[in-house]
Each structure stands twice: as structure tokens, then as C-alpha cells.
Design a protein around this ligand. Structure first.
Ligand code: B12
Ligand code: SF4
Ligand code: SF4
Length: 395
């Protein structure tokens, strides 16, 4: 047998690759990917932007972002032999998202809608592996060697967004996420690095025009310039990635967001027609749907692990969960129940010094609310009005 990758180009070789590229898109869709695109591995143009982002320290505590250096922009070094990247999109917007309902009531915890169901990492990686196996089986049936491929989703050291943009999945929005007119931005990305010189897709033109809604609506001013997010300011980072104490300046701005944040996507006009997910695995679990902060705060570690089994939320652990909820309880309207819950929790064995410090902060908020909270609440009210008007199905 011979490798298709090493064949001397001729017409039948080119048509085999073109046919294969079409088949890959059909197989990908059958596996649940809403879109499949193909690009080459050249991300040279991104290297300076990635370096500038790292130089400014925008990755904060996410050391893995710097550890891999420029390998993140060089898929061919990450998996030698790679000449193409098959980039896929999987939609996650769940039915009954209830965004406005959730943000309106400060006694409820807001969990980013990508995280209400099953952890996407394993699911997408397994489907990408199936796609790779299918490609290999076809090559073997045609008398060639199997393909050499490696699937990636999220955590791996590869620049997923620039690859998706090159593969025609969408354009880079000013919030730095990939979006397109048909899909909006509520989707995960994944990639298959592969050694086949498949024909590549054409990138689509940017469609943000003069809009800056995501920049002005971000609660913490994390979108520091169009297309650039200072990770350290993003609520997603503060609630999920940051291990230690949440800087005080951000706490009142977080409102009731206890795991991730969706605001920059909620105000985006391109999300008006966004499709709902076809995966029931991404539907919100009943215990995480419009959840009451006090109930979540009462979970013991064992209960937290049980309720978040198979979910991405589990990765942050019980202590960071309590830390985040303590902040949200500090931002909630004062009530004897909240003050009592905070005071009791502080004395329990499963809280460490960091959680205690956040509880103390929350208790102080119940003596006198910070003026920043009032401004932040006004901003959220504007957001709620935008959501009700722009996303009535999901409000
Ligand atoms: C680190 C990380 C984060 C960090 C930092 C975010 C950031 N913007 O970099 C934090 C924790 C804050 C985060 C938050 C979120 N994340 Co995140 N994150 C990642 C991760 C692991 C790496 C991103 C990265 O490399 N950042 C470094 C910067 C330098 O790269 P970049 O953002 O791609 O920036 C490029 C462009 O902005 C461009 N650029 C710079 N200037 C200019 C100018 C112009 C004109 C243009 C066109 C481009 C451009 O150059 C940069 C370098 O190529 C990726 C997965 C992956 N492996 O890629 C997921 C990923 C980007 N996250 C994702 C998601 C869903 C989120 C959240 C929505 C989750 C949530 N709801 O809480 C938020 C959104 C916040 C936001 N507005 O970005 C998805 C995005 C899917 C999509 N539709 O695009 C990804 C791809 C994960 C996945 N596999 O699906 N994330
Ligand atoms: S996810 Fe929230 S905090 Fe992060 S950039 Fe978007 S709006 Fe800002
Ligand atoms: S809110 Fe506006 S600027 Fe931001 S990504 Fe959407 S269209 Fe682009």
C-alpha cells in the first residue's frame, strides 16, 4: 500500500482528494457537527498577535497558554506530518436557555449555557476520532495507507479560532469568538490534524461592521480593544480558571454569574437566529436550571461531585464553587436567610481561607452595598432589555 499523502499529484489524485473532502463533510454532519471546514496549517500571521497577548500577561494564571510557545500556532510541529486541519463546529445553545429570567433574579446563580449539560471535551473528541477512523477506512478501501490524524478540543495547545476562521467556519468577532450569520456564536470548536493534502475552504468575510455591542456590554471591560480579550478581566477566567482570590474590584461586577459568562454573546445581533443544539447531552440539567444560590451554596463536597458528574463544572472543584457563590450572595439583595447561610458556612470544615475571605467580603456587602454594584446592576438591566428584545425565544 502507499500513502495518499505522498502520491505524485495528477488528475485522479486531485479528484480523489476532492471527493474525500466532500465525504468528510457529509460524515462530519452525520456525526453531529453542524459545519466542517478544511484549512492549511499556516498561522504565521497569528504568531505576533499571540506573542503580544502573552507579553501583556493577558493569560494571567493560565500558564499552559505560554508553556507551549509558538507551537500553538504551528499545528505541523504539534503533530508532525500534519498538512491540513479539519475544523468542526458543534452547536450548544440549549432549549429554554432562560437568559433574561436568570439574570433578572439576583437570588439565582447564572451558569454559562455551554456548561449546563455534559462536558463537551470528551464528546467532541470521541466524534472527531470516529471521523478520523472513517477517513482511514475509506483510504484503506481505496488501496492506500490509513490516515495519520490527531483530534483536538479546547484544552490542547492549538489556536482553534484562527484555524476555524481559515477553514471558513466564521469570522472573528470583536469579542474574539468565531461567529457566522447562520450559526451565531453558540458553538464549540474542535479539530482533526491530518496528513492528507485535502482541498482547503475559503474564509468568510467579517460581518461585525460598525457594531461594538460586545465591547460596551462586557461587565468587567475585558474586551480591551476589538478582537482582544484581557483574560484576567473576563468573568469566565475569574470564575473558572483563577485558583486563588478573585480581585475585589471585579466582585461587584460579577453579579450572579457563578460559572462563566455569556454577556458578550447575549448582546450580539448575529445571535438572533442562532440554532438550538441537536445534542440532548448539552441540555441544562434540572438542578442547574435557574438554580437558587442558597441551595447551591448548601451543597457539601460529596453533593457537588454527585450533581456535577460528567459536567465541565466539576473541574473547578467544590472550593472554587463556594468562592464564586459567596461573591454572588454578596451581590444579592440583603435578607436574613442569606446572612445566616453565609455566617453558618464560614464555620464549616469544608471551607478554606480563600472561601472564608470571600464570605467575609459578602457579609460586608450586606452592611453596605458597594456603589460599583449599583452601576453593574444598571448595566445588567440594560442587557436584560436587549435580550428580551433580541432573543425572545431564549429570554
Ligand atoms: C484561553 C481561553 C479562554 C480564556 C481567554 C479568552 C481569550 N479571548 O483568549 C478565557 C478563560 C477568558 C476564555 C473565555 C471564554 N471562552 Co475560551 N478558550 C480559551 C482557549 C483555550 C485558548 C484561546 C486563546 O488561544 N487565546 C489567546 C488569544 C491570543 O488567541 P485568540 O483569542 O484566538 O486571539 C486571536 C484573535 O483574537 C486574533 N486577533 C487579534 N487581533 C486581531 C485583529 C483582527 C482584525 C482579527 C480579525 C483578529 C485578531 O489574533 C489572536 C491570535 O491568533 C480556547 C481553545 C483553544 N485551544 O483555542 C477556548 C475557546 C476560545 N473558548 C471558547 C468559549 C466558548 C469561551 C467562552 C464563551 C466561555 C464562557 N461562556 O464563559 C468565554 C468567552 C470570552 C471571550 N470573549 O473570549 C470557545 C470559543 C468558540 C467560538 N465560537 O469561538 C473555544 C474555542 C473553546 C472551544 N473549543 O470551543 N477562554
Ligand atoms: S465572557 Fe463576559 S466577561 Fe468575558 S469578555 Fe465576554 S462579556 Fe466580558
Ligand atoms: S456584538 Fe457586534 S461587534 Fe461584537 S461580535 Fe457581535 S456583531 Fe461583532
Amino acid at each position: 500500500m502507499s500513502t495518499l499523502a505522498n502520491q505524485i499529484p495528477n488528475q485522479s489524485y486531485a479528484s480523489t482528494l476532492s471527493r474525500l473532502a466532500l465525504q468528510i463533510k457529509t460524515w462530519g454532519k452525520a456525526l453531529g457537527f453542524a459545519q466542517v471546514g478544511i484549512c492549511d496549517t499556516d498561522l504565521t500571521a497569528e504568531e505576533a498577535k499571540l506573542q503580544a497577548w502573552l507579553d501583556k500577561g493577558f493569560h494571567g494564571e493560565m500558564a499552559y497558554m505560554a508553556t507551549h510557545g509558538m507551537m500553538r500556532a504551528r499545528p505541523q510541529e504539534l503533530h508532525p506530518g500534519t498538512v491540513r486541519v479539519i475544523s468542526v463546529r458543534m452547536d450548544y445553545l440549549p432549549p429554554e436557555a432562560g437568559f433574561a429570567t436568570n439574570l433578572t433574579d439576583p437570588n439565582l446563580g447564572y451558569i454559562s449555557r455551554y456548561a449546563g449539560g455534559r462536558d463537551y471535551h470528551k464528546l467532541i473528541r470521541a466524534r472527531l476520532k470516529k471521523l478520523g477512523d472513517q477517513i482511514s477506512a475509506e483510504l484503506v478501501a481505496l488501496g492506500f495507507d490509513a490516515a495519520d490524524f490527531r483530534p483536538f478540543v479546547d484544552s490542547a495547545p492549538v489556536l482553534e479560532r484562527p484555524l476555524a476562521e481559515k477553514a471558513g467556519i466564521g469570522w472573528t468577532g470583536k469579542h474574539s469568538l468565531i461567529l457566522n450569520h447562520e450559526a451565531g456564536s453558540w458553538f464549540f470548536l474542535g479539530e482533526l490534524l491530518i496528513n492528507l493534502p485535502l482541498p482547503v475552504d475559503i474564509p468568510i468575510q467579517e460581518g461585525c461592521n460598525s457594531c461594538v455591542a460586545c465591547i460596551t456590554s462586557c461587565p468587567t471591560g475585558a474586551i480591551v480593544e476589538p478582537y482582544v480579550v484581557d483574560g484576567r478581566r473576563c468573568i469566565s477566567y475569574l470564575t473558572i480558571e483563577l485558583q486563588g482570590a478573585i480581585p475585589e474590584e471585579f466582585r461587584p461586577l460579577m453579579g450572579n454569574r457563578i460559572y462563566g459568562c455569556d454577556d458578550c454573546q447575549l448582546v450580539c445581533p448575529i445571535n438572533r437566529q442562532a440554532p438550538l443544539t441537536a445534542e440532548t447531552d448539552f441540555h441544562i440539567r434540572p438542578q442547574l436550571k435557574q438554580p437558587d444560590l442558597l441551595s447551591l451554596f448548601a451543597w457539601s463536597e460529596a453533593e457537588f461531585l454527585k450533581q456535577t458528574e460528567g459536567s465541565a463544572i466539576r473541574r473547578i472543584g467544590h472550593k472554587r464553587w463556594l468562592r464564586n457563590i459567596a461573591v454572588a450572595l454578596g451581590n444579592a439583595p440583603s435578607s436574613p436567610e442569606i446572612i445566616q447561610a453565609l455566617s453558618i458556612r464560614k464555620e464549616q470544615a469544608d471551607v478554606d481561607n480563600i472561601v472564608k475571605e470571600h464570605i467575609d467580603w459578602a457579609l460586608i456587602q450586606h452592611q453596605s452595598k458597594s456603589p460599583q454594584l449599583i452601576t453593574a446592576r444598571r448595566k445588567t438591566e440594560r442587557l436584560i432589555r436587549t435580550v428580551k428584545k433580541g432573543l425572545p425565544r431564549d429570554a
